[in-house]
Design a protein around this ligand. Structure first.
Ligand SMILES: CC(C)(COP(=O)(O)OP(=O)(O)OC[C@H]1O[C@@H](n2cnc3c(N)ncnc32)[C@H](O)[C@@H]1OP(=O)(O)O)[C@@H](O)C(=O)NCCC(=O)NCCS
Length: 377
């Protein structure tokens, strides 16, 4: 599809997703993003979320699907109650139809149908659609900032030079810096610290102790964030068919007081750097057990080393709860700040009047981790 020349003066038809649209959506995805997506991954992300299938709107032109937008429903804690929030995903128009002002109507149609289904807020993490989303009434939050450490300095230098189109002499300066940062990281890795208060255990499932942890967490904080129920965590981190996560629990006696989820992303990605990047996908700790983050992070570092990561990047939302404790861990291992272009933008929009834009725009209300970012991390 979509490879044929557009029909003369066809009229765009805006409509909801129907069974049978799976293939046209996959074809559009390939044409727009120049990547393949497997059917199991699409099914997991758009059809199987715990709160039900995504609200998908399409544009058809001459009988062909040429536009797509989706809001994936997620249960959120919104200050002192729960709401449903839509994660905006895969906004796309076929290249032949971009820049023709077709997208605004598609997006607003999606907002309206989602609001009718009880979706109160929508959020977007997209660099490329940012301007379009701001135009559609989203407000930006403070972006998540990247903190970086190289493990394989030679490969990181080579790939960054390629990806950032740096001049041929750039590695002369970059390589010794990368080598120093990697040396410092590895030296710190050797420093053994004994944490007697907490036991760190790896798990391959999210049992009811995670629901109890969430109850305690929300008892302590009025925040806007994804509800970390065992159902959500299982869907997000265990059922993604394309990514393997590792889950580390912090136990105080037998009590679960925190967890941290890691993964390794093999990514040519936006910057076209062929690197395996270690990331923290999610973490959560009880306020009274903040010290548990240090031994959790130590286990994460061991995991990235065992996965032969070329570098590690941790994204931090500085206004979020416990960001300062995470920053301490990153400082401990010598992570450095990355350029702004490596930060992750996030923007948010109210869809119903049961939420206040003032509350949504206040970054201090949010607890943001990479869990918000979806399938790639
Ligand atoms: C994102 C995308 C769907 C937008 O579609 P589009 O056809 O380019 O956008 P439209 O022409 O319909 O513009 C939508 C609105 O945003 C505005 N807009 C578009 N680009 C803009 C820019 N760079 N700066 C400011 N405003 C912009 C338009 O003026 C229009 O507003 P208006 O209707 O009030 O005039 C399309 O560019 C696309 O498919 N991009 C590639 C895929 C992608 O990167 N998706 C995002 C990741 S999920």
């Amino acid at each position: 599809m979509n490879t044929r020349a557009p029909l003369k003066n066809p009229t765009p038809v805006y409509r909801d997703f129907l069974p049978g649209d799976e293939k046209p959506i996959a074809d559009l995805y390939r044409a727009v993003f120049k990547k393949e997506r497997t059917f199991p991954e699409w099914q997991w992300e758009f059809m199987d979320p715990p709160e039900g299938p995504a609200n998908i709107r399409l544009i058809e032109m001459g009988g062909k699907v040429i536009g797509h937008i989706a809001l994936i429903p997620l249960r959120f804690q919104y200050l002192d109650r729960e709401i449903i929030v839509g994660k905006s995903e895969d906004s796309s128009l076929h290249p032949s139809y971009q820049g023709k002002r077709l997208f605004g109507k598609l997006e607003h149609g999606c907002f309206d149908t989602a609001a009718e289904k009880g979706v109160s807020v929508s959020y977007s993490i997209s660099r490329t659609a940012r301007a379009v989303h701001l135009k559609a009434g989203y407000s930006p939050l403070r972006p998540m900032e990247g903190r970086f450490v190289p493990i394989n300095p030679v490969k990181v230098t080579r790939e960054l030079q390629k990806a950032m189109h740096l001049p041929p002499w750039a590695p002369v300066i970059m390589k010794p810096i990368m080598q120093y940062l990697a040396y410092r990281f590895k030296a710190r890795l050797k420093r053994k610290v004994e944490y007697r208060t907490y036991r760190i255990a790896e798990t391959d499932h999210f049992d009811s102790s995670f629901d109890t942890l969430w109850q305690k967490f929300t008892g302590q904080h009025r925040l806007i964030t994804i509800k970390r129920s065992s159902d959500y965590l299982s869907w997000r981190f265990l059922k993604n068919p394309n990514r393997r996560y590792r889950i580390f629990k912090a136990l105080f006696g037998h009590e679960l007081v925190g967890y941290l989820v890691t993964t390794a992303v093999r990514r040519k990605g936006d910057f076209n750097a062929d690197l395996t990047i270690g990331v923290t996908s999610d973490y959560l700790i009880l306020d009274s057990h903040r010290e548990a983050l240090a031994p959790l992070f130590d286990r994460a570092v061991q995991d990235w080393m065992s996965r032969s990561c070329d570098c590690v990047i941790n994204w931090i939302h500085r206004e979020s709860l416990h960001a300062n404790i995470m920053l301490k861990q990153l400082d401990r291992y010598g992570f450095i700040s990355m350029f702004g272009k490596f930060s992750i933008p996030i923007s948010v929009r109210a869809l119903r009047d049961d939420v206040a834009m003032e509350d949504l725009k206040n970054g201090k209300n949010w607890y943001l981790t990479l869990a918000f970012s979806g399938r790639w991390a």
